[in-house]
Design a protein around this ligand. Structure first.
Ligand SMILES: [Zn+2]
Ligand SMILES: [Zn+2]
Length: 96
């Protein structure tokens, strides 16, 4: 067998499945991977519960913030730390 190239379905980059890996997968009756090693690694991290980080902007002051949830699916306002604290101070959410 020869090394074969696959195109990653995640990032579109080509990656190699070497001879030994092909043999191993065939023996184990496993499908050939369709995702490159680095994306597979990223997926593994995700599965371990390490959350992805998203870049977003504060809806109050426009500062860039990093959030641990998908901003597109966010249910609450996206605020930077400063505005978040301001918000709590002004609204006194904890002690109404
Ligand atoms: Zn990839
Ligand atoms: Zn802000």
């Amino acid at each position: 067998m020869v090394d074969m190239t696959q195109t990653c379905t995640q990032c579109g980059k080509k990656f190699l499945i070497v001879d030994q890996e092909q043999e191993f997968l065939k023996k184990k009756k496993l499908p050939f991977p369709t995702v490159c090693p680095s994306d597979r690694q990223a997926k593994r991290l995700e599965h371990r519960g390490e959350r992805a980080l998203y870049k977003s902007t504060c809806q109050e002051c426009g500062a860039s913030v990093i959030v641990s949830y998908d901003p597109a699916k966010a249910e609450s306002k996206i605020l930077c730390k400063k505005c978040y604290l301001d918000y709590f101070e002004k609204h006194d959410v904890i002690h109404p």
